[in-house]
Design a binder for this molecule. Structure first.
Ligand SMILES: *Cc1c(COP(=O)(O)O)cnc(C)c1O
Length: 434
């Protein structure tokens, strides 16, 4: 495009808004074919021009496509878009949210290390952290996420990571990201935030001091319940050469002595995450799934506004019901009012729990009668979803163990979709009538 110097200055200084970046960041028409949509580069490998350039790629002296376990152009478009939306310097996509988390941890932890994690995490994450900590010999302390002093008290000289969720499960705790980032940094540790429930449209943890953001793109990023995927986004701000992270900063035996932090500066952690952890553990996102996530993320801002609005209407309606003892939507919880205003001014997400006075029996009866809500174990779909944790995901627990996990026998979890709010309320009402 021909532009005068003046015009190009305007282009250079223009900052695109979130909705524009949701559609365009990381992708442009394919230079070879002119294809406007990002093509699915369904290829395992890439032809090298000559032996020298192949060697340079394998030495990490030049950055280029070698093999789709490590990088792929369709996946790269998604990675760049997610990094852009979160305000990070880059990201690496994975086959699932849990693969993203385990890879993020694997890259920076060594046996004997320790992490401090919120006790109000997604159930699959709690199981993963407990299991990995035994397998890989790192220590873990779970703390009440609302108790700031507890985060600091739990840190030991071995602590290498603080871990929380923007919006926690099942009570809808809102993480005080800025304060916890300050505590983590005082302990010379990065703060990792799982931003799955909020999405970068509602909250960008990096702007509040988080160092690493992880996503299950399976949920709102994709939005249609069609694919499993995950991503790690790096702020690029954490100083891995502070002497406490030799695993990132020192010469790597897996890359004939390459020192990732020295060589790649702020990209050291991401490069290690991709070229060692993704290479070795191999949980790569498929190009087809990346394509579906790219379709989904284009409408993220539109969908999230609708999810949030619908969820709020359903929660307000539930509050008027005599057979409901408690509605645990963060926007209706006075304890979180300031945190919601600060971190989630556009809304506190669309996943929340409420409690039926009738306990386990009432919960099961309701699940049997819903027509529009789908009874399944997922969240963040365009379709509204419902589950009764006491008879499914937390079935093995006794009533007292349920209580400790913040789940009552009559607790119902909803993930509110983008249908008409009146229809959702109609469905819940008919399902609750005995
Ligand atoms: C679903 C979910 C995960 C795990 O992601 P998968 O894609 O299912 O592996 C992690 N954290 C949160 C908050 C989730 O909702």
């Amino acid at each position: 495009m021909n532009t005068t110097a003046e015009e190009s200055t305007i282009v250079d200084t223009h900052e695109f808004g979130f909705a524009t970046r949701s559609v365009h960041a990381g992708a442009r028409p394919d230079p070879t074919t002119g294809a406007r949509a990002t093509p699915i580069f369904q290829t395992s490998s890439y032809v090298f021009e000559d032996p020298e350039s192949a060697a340079a790629y394998f030495n990490l002296q030049e950055y280029g496509n070698t093999y789709s376990r490590i990088m792929n152009p369709t996946v790269a478009a998604l990675e760049e878009r997610l990094a852009n939306l979160e305000g990070g310097i880059g990201s690496v996509a994975f086959a699932s949210g849990l693969a993203a988390q385990s890879s993020a941890l694997f890259t920076l932890l060594q046996p004997g290390d320790h992490i401090v994690a919120s006790a109000a995490l997604y159930g699959g994450t709690v199981t993963q952290l407990k299991h990995l900590s035994r397998k890989l010999s790192f220590g873990i302390d779970f703390v009440d996420p609302d108790d700031l002093d507890a985060w600091g008290r739990a840190a030991t000289p071995e602590t290498k990571l603080f871990f929380g969720e923007t919006i926690g499960n099942p009570s809808g705790n809102i993480l005080d990201i800025e304060s916890i980032a300050r505590i983590a940094h005082a302990a010379e540790c990065p703060l990792l935030v799982d931003n799955t429930f909020a999405t970068p449209y509602l909250c960008r943890p990096i702007e509040w001091g988080a160092d690493i953001v992880v996503h299950s793109t399976t949920k709102f990023i994709g939005g249609h319940g069609t694919s499993i995927g995950g991503a790690v986004v790096d702020s690029g701000d954490f100083d891995w050469s502070n002497g406490r992270f030799p695993v990132v900063a020192d010469a790597s035996p897996a890359y004939h002595g390459l020192a990732f932090h020295d060589t790649f500066g702020s990209y050291g952690y991401l490069m290690k995450l991709r070229t060692e952890t993704l290479r070795d553990l191999g949980a790569a996102m498929s190009p087809f799934n990346a394509f579906l996530f790219l379709q989904g993320v284009e409408t993220l801002p539109l969908r999230m506004d609708r999810h949030v609005d619908n969820a709020y209407r359903v929660a307000e309606w539930l509050k008027t019901r005599g057979d409901v003892s408690r509605v645990r939507h963060p926007a209706l919880n006075a304890n979180y009012r300031e945190l919601v205003q600060k971190y989630l001014p556009k809304g506190a997400g669309a996943v929340f729990c409420f409690d039926l006075k009738g306990g386990r029996e009432a919960g099961q009866a309701m699940i049997r009668k819903v027509q529009l809500f789908s009874h399944l174990a997922n969240v963040g779909d365009a379709k509204s979803l419902i589950i009764h944790p006491a008879s499914t995901t937390h079935r093995q627990l006794s009533d007292s163990e349920l209580e400790a996990a913040g789940i009552g026998p009559g607790t119902i979890r909803l993930s509110i979709g983008i249908e008409d709010a009146n229809d959702l309320i109609w469905d819940l009402q008919q399902a609750m009538s005995q």
